[in-house]
Design a protein around this ligand. Structure first.
Ligand SMILES: [Fe+2]
Length: 337
């Protein structure tokens, strides 16, 4: 039996969802009560906080339950585009889309820090104005414009961002060979406020691909988020026939650096062409039609894709090697973080 706001609920073989309208803090909440079986088995209780404004604060919620404390699981989830959730009271997260190249850009910020420091992953030149407006409206301080790799299908927005928002620094992997203010390598941490992204080298789609994974630990985002670029797409992966691509290397990168993360880790790719927004390690380990094969099967698939020559590659690559339109003086003196 559970008491919520003075109302009693008996939780046997029932699933109850309570939705409350947004309050003054623009936070609604729901209670999901799930007791799969009466008289035995496990009974679980999950509390889901829906942030209509994506600005979450702890919600005081009075829950009494006749079940033993060990049988309860209480989780706070911030709702993100795509319907997935993660728990961190000070995280602001936005998944943004550029329709011409079907590219996702990700904005993350730590709202607990007075400066609201932010990072932007894989910005696109065509949508820089949109991103800048959002950053301004939310009062964020953009620290880094980050690329997962040298893109071949769109021009990165990092150079443009730097010209319009002085102080922003571009960042890409050292192995990419591209110019930027800072170069990262496997194991580096990109700090924004009290949160950070860990750099994991995941070459194979290109030689310089990296995956950015949110930090590990009780004060970090949980479940973790991984921004996989084109190394891993939802139920797919990036092609391996350009830019130093190598199927065996990609296979090893995904299995050793991404599939080794906890199964509940949310995976956010650089693109999706079917309207999907997010997946998890567990899902891809079960359903990715390429990466669930053995290495030889994967190599066979990748060598028989018969894809067309990338239509933007001759424009995008030379530009992206200089972080978009970034001038030589900004990009030629890159340093480690
Ligand atoms: Fe790519």
């Amino acid at each position: 039996m559970i008491s919520v706001g003075g109302r009693l609920f008996v939780g046997v073989c029932v699933r109850v969802i309570l939705l409350a309208p947004c309050c003054g803090l623009r936070i609604g909440f729901s209670l999901l009560l799930s007791c799969p079986r009466a008289g035995g088995g496990s009974c679980g209780l999950s509390m889901i906080v829906l942030g209509s404004h994506l600005i979450l604060r702890p919600v005081s919620f009075n829950v009494r339950c006749s079940l033993p404390p060990s049988s309860l699981q209480i989780r706070k989830l911030s709702i993100m585009p795509g319907g997935s959730g993660t728990s961190h009271p000070s995280l602001l997260f936005r998944q943004l889309f550029e329709k011409e190249s079907s590219t996702y850009t990700y904005l993350l910020a730590d709202l607990s820090d007075p400066d609201k420091p932010a990072v932007l992953v894989d910005p696109v030149d065509r949508t820089v104005e949109r991103d800048l407006n959002l950053i301004k409206e939310l009062g964020l301080k953009l620290l880094y414009a980050i690329n997962t790799h040298v893109h071949a299908d769109h021009v990165t927005g990092t150079g443009l961002l730097k010209t319009k928002l002085p102080g922003v620094q571009s960042l890409i992997s050292k192995a990419s060979g591209a110019k930027a203010d800072h170069y990262v390598e496997h194991g580096d941490k990109i700090q924004f406020g009290s949160l950070y992204l860990e750099v994991r080298a995941t070459p194979g789609h290109t030689a310089g691909c990296v995956t950015y994974v949110s930090g590990e630990g009780p004060d970090q985002i949980s479940p973790r988020l991984a921004f996989t670029g084109d190394a891993l797409l939802i139920r797919g992966c990036g092609r391996t026939d350009f830019q130093g691509g190598d199927p065996a290397q990609l296979y090893n990168s995904v299995h050793s650096q991404i599939f080794s993360l906890p199964e509940e880790t949310f995976l956010y790719p650089a693109h999706d062409y079917k309207g999907q927004t997010v997946t998890t390690v567990g899902e891809e380990k079960l359903y990715n039609p390429r990466l669930t094969k053995d290495l030889e099967g994967f190599k066979t698939i990748m060598s028989n894709l018969n894809l067309a020559y990338p239509k933007m590659i001759d424009i995008a690559l030379p530009s992206n090697m200089k972080c978009g339109i970034q001038d030589e003086s900004n990009g030629s003196t890159g340093s480690s973080l």
